[in-house]
Write a protein that binds this ligand. Structure first.
Ligand code: BYC
Length: 484
């Protein structure tokens, strides 16, 4: 990519901080100002329950300069400045892949691809408020003020990501963009009549271990999809996603370090009590920490739910979006093939004659599979770090990602039942072993029993270790949320 020519100047004074010249764009400014009250109503109805009057030590994006893009301060969440920030325009950028590779990147919506582009933006936009809705009850059981603040940080930034997509809809898609922007505020996670668009965003996030697993696994799908959209030949989408990725990194940090701290605390407690067998679940639970096998089950659940977000392994939608130049591969700009994929193949794991095996498929059709493979590799890195913690205590246990055929509802493996090693099972076997792999009622009840709030500055619930460093280098006793 070419070097950025300008770091767009951020207008921070108006209702909507932005670096897209909203002040001069009267039509879009009005449309967004009209959308704003509905958004605030949605936030108050469906955003974090309680805490709306509390002062939260939040990071707000005030620039797109990688060297200093955020400022930290106490703010009440409904007063958060949800801005519209695009990464700087790269001069002379060309479409990086597909049939139009090498042509100048589009600054306006290419008419022939309008519907496809709108669909991608709407799906992306729909996930952002969905995750806020899923997490809205968690404040009541936060294990510390530090964690409470991180939850709210993630929530306000998902809100900003909704704004980012709504800006694109309002600016580039006329009446139907406006209607889609409204509809994004109407759907509700888990609602029977008007659910969110993708499966995993209608599941519950019932406890803090789920929250950490969600931010580790599902926000990482966000990273992969945003990386693929950041390659888009539609330049405003590319620039939007590039800046969103800056914020996304913190969300995965919350997930990775959250799970690490849970594991750390469990291992410490086991060591103090002289327990060496990780499967001695009743004794470990008596210590007020979450046993490692239950942590594994939560990972199984959230990983498998997230794999469904990659769609079908073989997808005409994905092929069309790539061919059109709208959605690329993970870090397309670092790949060295022809970026057209008209003749190449990609190995796809499929069910062939009842067996799970690789089959070469046209690379264009296999793009969801490829992105999912990149995701699994990326997800495995942090799992390795979790295992290092367990190893450092000498406990014979390793967290493992389950097989991609395990617990699937979308794609090739939704037709079969498989265990965590990918061994196929009958429906009856699955029914009798399900609770060996996924949290069962007792596991859920136990975790729920631990979810007691700890709102005293510098203190942490029994089941989680403190972080290594504070946010914005604040000391341990810092009051991240002043609860009102
Ligand atoms: N649930 O051709 P296929 C994030 C539908 S997360 C329900 O394989 P495609 C975040 C599909 O829509 C990232 N339905 O689909 C994380 C299609 O329906 P139509 C969000 C599903 O398009 C944490 C049909 O099945 N961004 O940012 O290749 C917190 C055929 O499927 C599902 C994106 O996803 C499902 N899981 O792949 C906050 C990027 N999967 O069209 C935020 C934009 C498939 O036949 N979206 N279907 O009626 C896309 O790129 C693609 O639409 C998908 C699906 C990857 C989602």
């Amino acid at each position: 990519m070419n070097v950025a020519t300008s770091i767009g100047k951020v207008d921070y004074d108006g209702l909507i901080p932005n670096n897209v010249g909203l002040g001069e764009d009267v039509r879009v400014k009005r449309a967004l100002e009209k959308w704003h009250p509905g958004y605030i109503d949605w936030w108050k109805d469906m955003g974090p329950e309680g805490f709306q009057e509390s002062l939260v030590y939040l990071r707000t994006a005030v620039s797109v300069d990688p060297k200093g893009w955020a400022k930290f301060d106490y703010v009440k969440m409904p007063d958060y400045k949800w801005g519209i920030l695009l990464a700087p325009q790269a001069e002379g950028r060309t479409i990086p892949f597909g049939a139009h590779a090498g042509e100048p990147a589009w600054q306006e919506v290419p008419g022939e691809y309008r519907a496809m582009l709108r669909r991608l933006i709407v799906i992306q936009g729909d996930t952002e408020p969905a995750s806020v809705e899923q997490q809205r009850h968690l404040g009541k059981t936060a294990p510390s003020l530090y964690d409470l603040r991180n939850l709210f940080q993630v929530n306000v930034e998902e809100g900003r990501h909704l704004w980012a997509m709504v800006y694109l809809l309002q600016k580039y898609f006329g009446t139907d963009g406006r209607e889609e922007a409204e509809a994004l505020l109407q759907r509700r996670s888990g609602d029977a009549d008007s659910p969110r668009m993708l499966g995993a965003f209608n599941e519950k996030t019932p406890d803090w271990l789920s929250f950490f697993m969600f931010t580790y696994f599902t926000d990482r799908d966000g990273k992969m999809q945003l990386e693929a959209l950041a390659q888009s030949g539609f330049d405003p989408l590319s620039r939007t996603c590039r800046f969103m990725l800056t914020e996304e990194a913190h969300h995965m940090f919350v997930g990775e370090t959250g799970v690490t701290r849970v594991i750390q605390r469990t291992c410490e407690a086991m060591k103090e009590a002289g327990i060496t067998d990780p499967d001695d679940i009743p004794r470990v639970r008596k210590l007020g920490v979450i046993d490692l096998p239950t942590i594994q089950k939560k990972a199984n659940l959230h990983f498998s739910l997230t794999l469904d977000l990659f769609g079908n392994e073989i997808s005409t939608n994905a092929a069309n979006a790539f061919h059109a130049g709208l959605k690329g591969r993970y870090r397309e700009n670092r790949l060295t093939d022809d970026h057209k994929l008209e003749t190449s193949t990609y190995p796809v794991l499929r069910l062939i004659d009842g067996k799970i095996q690789n089959e070469d498929a046209p690379a264009l059709s296999a793009l969801n599979m490829r992105l999912r493979d990149d995701y699994v590799n990326d997800a495995n890195v942090g799992v390795g770090r979790w295992n290092k913690v367990i190893e450092s205590f000498g406990i014979p246990f390793q967290i493992k990602l389950p097989h991609v055929a395990f617990n699937r509802n979308i794609g090739e493996f939704s037709k079969v039942k498989a265990d965590v090693d990918g061994r196929q099972m009958s429906e009856a076997e699955w029914a009798s072993h399900r609770s060996d792999f996924l949290p069962n009622e007792q596991d859920k009840d136990f975790i729920e029993s631990l979810m007691q709030p700890q709102y005293e500055a510098g203190k942490f619930a029994s089941w989680i270790a403190p972080p290594k460093v504070g946010i914005d280098n604040k000391p341990g006793e810092f009051e991240y949320v002043k609860i009102a």
